[in-house]
Ligand binder design. Structure first.
Ligand SMILES: *Cc1c(COP(=O)(O)O)cnc(C)c1O
Length: 403
């Protein structure tokens, strides 16, 4: 058997939809992208969504929307993908990295609170593996620290919020639910990824949604994202095709990270299939959970009476093994034809962040979580037979490492 780690689940419907878009005469941002934005809003139950070229772009444009830059600090977990943090550098702000909890890969909320200074403008919260974080705690903390917040008077959104902005990196969390609310309804701004390995894909792509802010028109925020992502141009390509409507203005020299209609046409078909795809992920998780329950292995809790994850990643953490043993297990799985992965090597262990002065010794929980973590294949196309094969492969390999 040869089981890849995370192939995209593309059906004939996506292929037909792309062909139709290609033949339609409109391939860049246009009607399909607007339709995809509306369908995402409807799916989540919020007012507006802006589709962009990636989650990275969505996070960076959100920081720009808030005028976060030089002299500002943004809090981010050490246990995440580089994009949650690199965007802070992109805008010229300073990342303040926080360790995770001992047994949960969510930021340590006490450390988060202690990291707040009068320069803190935002907290980027990561819904790892598709499990929505405890935003109740995050909001308690930002509200408690409101008096510390030094508002930038030039930015309407900062003024209206009057506190640290909460930005979710929910690249993994599209469709996840907590307390009856889907991802997109928890943070002030929520960023999703539709990259090829994510649950719902447009090959490359992303979106940002936000909770309505008192005194600020949702349309104004939407328009600002459009400006930011398309050169600061007052009319997009489609508006300009209207007869006689050639003239536009550039309001500031902005960026270029819009979504194309080709991508949106994939996303629209994926979205129709998405509830079934999510169900299949949970079904596989239940099989894995049942198989590893009696073993000396820690797994994430993807479901409880309060939440249901999007089932993006399945972590196993065999107890008592070293980093080297973990790497050996990954090689042995590969020899059985099972691709696995590690999520994540903590940011302070990567060259870019070491060069910025971060040191893993200051993030012991992140290191301990990482050292025995193995991510197993989990995707809607995985067959029952493959799941059984993975389970028996993992169990037979782990026998050699049991305490
Ligand atoms: C995939 C991923 C991103 C980046 O998503 P893109 O759409 O590729 O920009 C950001 N954060 C996390 C946690 C991710 O897994």
């Amino acid at each position: 058997m040869n089981i890849p780690f995370s192939p995209p689940d593309i059906s004939q419907a996506e292929i037909d939809s792309v062909v139709e878009t290609l033949k339609s005469g409109w391939i860049t941002t246009g009607p399909k992208t607007k339709e995809f934005e509306n369908k995402i809003s409807e799916y989540i139950g919020i007012k507006k969504t802006a589709c962009l070229s990636s989650a990275t772009a969505a996070m960076e444009m959100t920081l720009r929307l808030l005028d976060i830059g030089h002299g500002d600090e943004v809090i981010v977990p050490a246990y995440t993908y580089t994009a949650s943090c690199s965007v802070i550098y992109h805008v010229g702000a300073t990342p303040v990295m926080v360790d995770i909890q001992k047994s949960v890969p969510e930021m340590d909320y006490d450390l988060m609170e202690k990291s707040i200074t009068e320069n803190t403008k935002a907290i980027i919260v990561v819904d790892l593996a598709g499990i929505i974080c405890d935003y109740g705690k995050v909001y308690d903390i930002v509200n408690r620290n409101e008096s510390k917040f030094a508002v930038s008077e030039d930015n309407d959104i900062q003024k209206r919020l009057g506190r640290i902005a909460v930005i979710a990196d929910s690249s993994h969390g599209f469709g996840a639910v907590r307390n009856g609310k889907k991802s997109g309804m928890h943070a002030d701004f929520t960023c999703f990824s539709f990259h090829a390995v994510k649950n719902l894909t447009t090959a490359e792509g992303g979106a940002v949604t936000w909770k309505s802010i008192d005194g600020i028109d949702d349309e104004k925020i939407y328009k600002e994202y459009m400006n930011l992502s398309l050169h600061g141009q007052t009319k997009d390509a489609l508006d300009k095709t209207k007869a006689g409507s050639w003239e536009y203005d550039i309001v500031y020299p902005a960026y270029k990270c819009n979504m194309t209609d080709i991508q949106a046409s994939i996303g629209l078909e994926q979205l129709k299939r998405y509830p079934n795809m999510l169900d299949r992920r949970q079904e596989i998780i239940r099989k894995y959970d049942a198989a590893f329950k009696e073993r000396d292995v820690k797994v994430l809790s993807h479901q409880s009476d309060r939440y249901c994850s999007s089932g993006h990643l399945y972590f196993i953490r065999p107890e008592g093994i070293t980093e080297e043993q973990r790497n050996d297990i990954i090689v042995k799985l590969a020899e059985l034809g099972i691709a696995s992965n590690v999520h994540y090597k903590p940011l302070p262990m990567l060259t870019a962040y070491k060069n910025m002065g971060f040191d893993i010794v200051n993030y012991p929980n992140a290191y301990n979580y990482y050292k025995n973590e193995i991510t197993l294949p989990l995707y809607s196309k995985l067959t029952d037979e493959q799941v059984e094969y993975i389970i028996s492969g993992v169990i037979s390999i782990l026998k050699d490492y049991e305490r």
